[in-house]
Design a protein around this ligand. Structure first.
Ligand SMILES: [Zn+2]
Length: 277
């Protein structure tokens, strides 16, 4: 499929639950409730397909593995119950695309809700040279290889080893820092959530500048202003700086930030097969 101007669409991957304290700072009242029983926090996740006049089809993230129910470790399925998930191949076919039509695959970070369908790209063009930040790869490969004998699981911190480690037909192209793929398509290093979380900026004619910060900004509360850090935040100073990095671009270009896990914002997003142009 050829396009003469850059456009993108959001591919709904799944609806699932996490804990509220992981995503926003709790009030004092909520902290008391949470100490008794952790407050549940509903989430969506999605992939972004960009069609670019010179770069072709680019997929940013792959969402949750639609076969999570038998491919996930038990502790993950219990910690993050999935209510609904969609087959990425089917979603692509609604757009007239096969996995082989994707020319470039970018993974914002290697957590299960972003790289879960990487295996679908084994042996494809996009599977040869999946773009990931070097800091992310170092961290993810290390963390996902530590076995916790007490729980009999690999101690993943959101990383599921088999989803990215040792996949035949998948190789990575490691990048460090911001990457300009084209004047209207850039990647941003946004550390904090993980050491190598990466966002994407897309510039379109009608929708203008859109920033996908991935989990550098989960939701509108995190974004503020002022920025409100989530509970699950490995590097707070870097997390705050990454939010401000996105804000600076949004303000300079009158752009829009699309949050990664905000159920209210998600209701307002246009989903595939509809396009933003
Ligand atoms: Zn996430």
């Amino acid at each position: 499929m050829k396009t003469d101007r850059t456009r993108f669409t959001l591919i709904h991957s799944a609806d699932f639950d996490a804990y509220k304290d992981e995503h926003v700072t709790l009030s004092e009242e909520e902290k008391k409730i949470n100490a008794e029983s952790r407050i549940i926090w509903p989430l969506n996740c999605y992939a972004v397909l960009v069609q670019h006049p010179s770069l072709g089809n680019i997929l940013f993230d792959t969402g949750i593995d639609s076969n999570w129910s038998y491919r996930w470790p038990r502790n993950l399925a219990e910690g993050y119950p999935v209510h609904q998930s969609f087959d990425l191949k089917e979603k692509l076919s609604e757009l007239g695309l096969y996995v082989d039509d994707i020319g470039l695959l970018i993974i914002s970070h290697l957590h299960f809700d972003h790289c879960g369908n990487l295996h679908l790209f084994r042996g494809t063009k996009a599977g040869q040279g999946v773009i990931v930040q070097e800091e992310e790869a170092k961290h993810a490969f290390m963390r996902s290889n530590i076995f916790d004998p007490a729980r009999e699981v690999y101690h993943g911190d959101g990383y599921v080893r088999h989803e990215f480690n040792g996949l035949d037909g998948i190789s990575f192209r490691l990048v460090s820092g911001d990457v300009k793929l084209a004047d209207d398509l850039e990647l941003l290093l946004l550390p904090g959530h993980t050491p190598g979380t990466m966002g994407m900026v897309v510039r379109t004619e009608e929708a203008g500048t859109v920033i996908f910060p991935s989990d550098a900004i989960y939701n509108a509360t995190n974004y503020g202003p002022p920025a409100v850090l989530p509970g699950m935040c490995a590097r707070p100073a870097e997390y705050a700086a990454s939010i401000e990095k996105c804000r600076k671009i949004a303000e300079a270009e009158h752009g829009t930030v699309f949050f990664s896990h905000d159920v209210n914002a998600f209701k307002t997003y246009r989903l595939s097969p509809e396009w933003y142009e």
